[in-house]
Design a binder for this molecule. Structure first.
Ligand code: HEM
Length: 200
């Protein structure tokens, strides 16, 4: 297919470093909303929510890379590390917004909040799973861990699932958007594990 070939050709000219820079644009946008006063009436909630949502976009975006290559021939594999690390960055910032802006760095209050809102535990577990992936997302770790690197990086699948469950649980009533996110993640996991979708 000509269109896919020229897209892959264009992508080859985009260095992964540029993806890191592009991936920081949503952060710049959130900072801009804060400094320009456009973030809304509840800035803490808005910052927390926006960072969580951006993190989710990157996490789920990372899951689309394999099916895009397998079924559409679009090759984004060399950006996978950048997309994964950007997801991790935004989730860490999301956690930081909660602990710092929301909880005011009061650890006792944070613990009480965890008890009161169990969906936070789902988020923390997801982040805890992403941590070893972020720490081993470098060439030296890939070499050192060998086959175990792939095994370790399977953690991304339960992490994304827990992340999306955390997102749904924090809603009072699950919105259509929430169900669509869950459906998208389940579909991507289904395709990834070849439960359905074209065989190749
Ligand atoms: C993979 C991990 C995570 C993902 C994908 C994620 C994603 C999200 C998303 C998408 C939202 C809602 C945003 C919106 O409605 O626009 C949210 C809300 C929230 N998340 Fe997370 N999150 C994760 C981990 C965490 C962690 C580690 C914490 C802190 C312990 C946390 C604390 C919160 C809080 C406090 C809210 C707002 C709840 C409210 O307004 O009542 N999240 N998260």
């Amino acid at each position: 297919m000509q269109a896919v070939a020229s897209m892959n050709g264009a992508l080859r000219r985009l260095p992964p470093g540029a993806v890191y820079l592009l991936g920081l644009l949503p952060l710049a946008w959130v900072v801009w909303l804060v400094v320009s006063g456009g973030i809304g009436v509840d800035p803490v909630k808005a910052i927390e929510h926006r960072l969580g949502k951006i993190g989710l976009w990157f996490l789920v975006g990372g899951l689309t890379i394999t099916p895009l290559r397998r079924f559409a021939g679009i090759n984004l594999i060399r950006y996978r590390r950048a997309i994964g690390l950007l997801a991790f960055l935004y989730i860490v910032l999301h956690l930081t917004a909660w602990i710092w802006l929301d909880m005011g760095l009061l650890w006792g209050q944070a613990l009480a909040d965890l008890y009161k809102r169990p969906y936070l535990l789902f988020g923390i577990t997801a982040l805890a799973m992403l941590l070893p992936l972020a720490l081993t997302s470098n060439n030296a770790s890939v070499r050192r861990l060998g086959r175990n690197w792939r095994r370790l990086h399977w953690l991304v699948y339960p992490a994304v699932l827990l992340g999306v469950v955390h997102y749904l649980m924090q809603m009072k009533v699950i919105s259509t958007e929430g169900w669509l996110w869950l459906a998208a993640v389940l579909a991507l996991l289904g395709v990834r594990f070849r439960l359905f979708g074209p065989r190749s």
